[in-house]
Design a protein around this ligand. Structure first.
Ligand SMILES: NC(=O)c1ccc[n+]([C@@H]2O[C@H](COP(=O)([O-])OP(=O)(O)OC[C@H]3O[C@@H](n4cnc5c(N)ncnc54)[C@H](O)[C@@H]3O)[C@@H](O)[C@H]2O)c1
Length: 328
């Protein structure tokens, strides 16, 4: 009997992995849920697995080398920074993500943060509850059609954000050297250099994957190029922004504010300096969240692992070439 192990089931909400349990039961595959956080724990719990599913569990070179039967590593999500894809490729193991399960949710969350920041709904609501009836209570806002949104990266989520922002008549610019002019033109978006984006945008929103090129892509040098009125949005990955430099920029009013769904170190600790700053909106890595997205994610993870165990090559294999050539 084939064995699929979910390495860190506690990282998933509630009992949503019933979808996987049912899926694998119907197909005669054993499915086990573990609660691993460290490399040693993953090795101990997954060494006999034919496929390993993970949320945040470290699928490093050391772990991958200790999984002799493994044919598939499937990540619950779009970002796959917990998996050493190169190490998987060397062993012909398929590394997979689920690239399309929450595109509208993350784009909606990005716009919700922008709208919340610009319209100060939370602040106004709190002022009414404190007994004030004052439309000017700490309120400074600009018409969205007068503002420029700068999208760093123009992949699936940024394209959806562009659609929403266009309906608010925002001017949209993007920096993404890997995307064709034709795609950018289709959304009525202007391609610019990263420097131009930092200089010109009123809202700057990160939508790149986290890798060695994008780590601290938005740093002190970048903040110094921005307008004092610029607001930063991050629904991508925390370490894309140098958080120490961000705190400094906010304290010194180099920029106006930040809306962050992801942080450099998660979960954020209550004594973190960033929580003491004004003009900062933080949500707990929740942009992906909707009932539809979660159900789709669980089913797609199970389908992906099963397809690979059946010798298929689904389109969401990240290292397709290495897997196909390893099979000969
Ligand atoms: N907060 C959440 O809950 C949540 C949920 C899903 C995805 N995400 C994150 O959202 C981000 C975007 O996801 P996506 O689905 O749009 O990914 P995607 O792969 O569709 O798009 C990423 C884009 O970034 C571009 N890019 C890569 N390196 C770049 C660089 N150095 N400079 C500029 N552009 C670069 C690529 O060309 C691509 O167009 C990822 O970081 C992902 O992990 C977060």
């Amino acid at each position: 009997m084939m064995l699929v192990v979910l390495a860190d089931g506690k990282s998933l909400e509630g009992d949503h992995y019933q979808i996987e349990e049912e899926f694998f039961r119907e197909r005669g595959v054993e499915f086990r849920v573990e609660d691993c956080a460290t490399e040693e724990e993953v090795i101990a719990a997954c060494q006999d697995a034919d496929a390993v599913l993970s949320v945040y569990a470290p699928m490093t070179e050391k772990v991958i080398a200790a999984l002799p039967n493994c044919k598939a590593l499937v990540r619950y999500g779009i970002g796959f920074d917990n998996i050493d894809v190169e190490a998987a490729s060397k062993r012909g193991i398929a590394a997979c993500n689920i690239p399309d399960y929450c595109i509208p949710e993350v784009a909606t969350h990005t716009m919700a943060m922008l709208l919340q920041f610009e319209r100060k709904i939370g602040l106004l609501d709190a002022s009414v509850r404190e007994g004030q009836w004052n439309p000017n209570a700490g309120f400074y806002s600009r018409r969205l059609s007068s503002l420029t949104l700068g999208l760093v990266g123009f992949g699936n989520i940024a394209q959806e954000v562009a659609k929403y922002a266009a309906s608010f008549e925002m001017k949209i610019i993007t920096y993404d050297p890997f995307i064709s002019d034709e795609v950018v033109d289709r959304y009525g978006v202007k391609k610019v250099t990263l420097e131009q984006l930092f200089t010109d945008a009123d809202y700057i929103s990160a939508h790149v994957p986290l890798n060695e090129h994008t780590h601290h892509l938005i740093n002190e040098e970048a903040f110094n190029k921005m307008k004092n009125s610029t607001v930063l949005l991050n629904t991508a990955r925390g370490p894309i922004i140098d958080q120490t430099a961000l705190v400094k920029a906010l304290k010194e009013k180099t920029i106006r504010g930040a809306c962050l769904d992801v942080l450099e170190h998660e979960p954020l600790q209550l004594d973190d300096e960033i929580l003491k700053l004004e003009h900062v909106v933080i949500t707990p890595h929740a942009a992906f969240n909707s009932e539809e997205a979660k159900q789709r994610l669980h089913l797609r993870v199970a389908e992906t692992a099963y397809a690979i165990l059946q010798g298929e090559h689904p389109s969401n294999i990240l290292n397709r070439q290495a897997v196909v050539s390893a099979k000969g």
